[in-house]
Design a protein around this ligand. Sequence first.
Ligand code: KIV
Ligand code: ZN
Length: 513
Amino acid sequence: MERVIVFDTTLRDGEQSPGASMNVAEKLRLATQLEKLGVDAIEAGFPAASPGDFEAVQAIGKKIGNSEVTALARTSKEDIDRAWAAVREAARPRLHTFIATSDIHLEHKLRMSREQVIQSAVEAVKHARRFTENVEFSAEDASRSDRDFLCRLFEAVIDAGATTVNVPDTVGYAMPDEFGELVRYIRQHTPNIHRAVMSVHCHNDLGLATANTLAGLRAGARQAEVTINGIGERAGNTSLEEVVMGLHTRRGLLDLYTGVNTREIHPTSRLVSMITGIVVQPNKAVVGANAFAHEAGIHQDGVLKNRMTYEIMEPEIVGLSANRLVLGKHSGRHAFREKLVDLGYDLSGEEINRLFEKFKELADKRKEIVDEDIEALVAEEILRVPDVYQLLYLNVVSGNLAVPTATVKLLVEGEERLGAGFGVGPIDATYNTIAKVTSTHCRLLRFSVNSITGGMDAQGEVTVRLQEDDLVALGKGADPDIITASAKAYINGLNRLEYLRRNPSLTPEERRL
Ligand code: KIV
Ligand code: ZN
């Protein structure tokens, strides 16, 4: 069996998903989890893009010891210098430089000839090699580029010192057979290709990113560039969990393996979803809520007789705990802490203490607390910033003959404020009143409510995205009462907006928390 290098780009390409921007603390938390997951390389960001990206790459580089930490750069010397300045303190740094190679990009975007592109790529790789021996080169839009030109370019950059050459399907245009054939062709027609690792990087515009990545690996590529939950630009990138579990489940056919600890897949998926607010679709392969749910009677019957009838992977192997029913109001701090560790969270003592208080409040309302309830508590904690606004009291009157009315009492920096207002529904009334009491004027860009578990007493989890001027922030709240959950999410969003407002030195990217 041969090993496939797993290169995770959730923090760079994944962060380019609309609305997925993360702040430095969130990026650090995710990088730590990615290392625990066992990815070989973490692409931490694009330092020349913004001071925030620079800072995040630097912080991740200082913290991560086992995985390589990679910084992206265009082929200019300035970009590469900036990328190196950010990543130089990493235990295992890598520089990743790229330039577009398709005629469409050359003509309309770069306005460069093929020879100029080769020259620019070679100079960039040589420049990067002055800093580190670990240099990756990517040919952006490779799948729409001339094959022989790609081979010439790869030969030149490998001679210049590139140790990994990456073939991106940047616009998700390729078909699996065609993409596999492209990788095979490059391998056969690039004389020095054996001196570098070949990598594939696919986008999912036609829903083929995983298929294309596996085709590339079968054709000889030995690095897969992936993101958690497949998040990324437009329709996203290849999802890590699908590739890793594809290789694992069909190892007899493919003869390839990865160093990923598959049991960390679910905790990592949940963390990404929490931090970005991007909910995983229920039928998503491997990590969707229904990925292991058997609904049809005939399937349930088969699974009860022998799981192998309808299950090709055991849920435990991707980190779904078999023992889902957990804590109740008599559970102590120790059991609670153990559960957090079991779910894969690495939290500080202070965070655990705050969560334990909230857990106790919840346990008073619900008899049984399941994993998803605890995850919702953690999500609120992770999105926490210093509280300017705190909810003290909420009373809502609503019904088919009543005018929805909300009375809200908030603690605003130590001062109690009370207000009442109307709306077209109970949530509208609540939000109008909170806006009045806080004198804020946000636009509600997104509102979603999910039931965290089944059952009549399930908690509702509300996610909002709020905008005020150029600031955008995510807010989350969970409660068995969905109006209260909605109020908590809105107030969490307001606190995050306030945090952004009070930190004007943040970059445009960071100003979208
Ligand atoms: O999709 C792409 O081409 C990229 C490169 C920068 C690797 O993300
Ligand atoms: Zn990409």
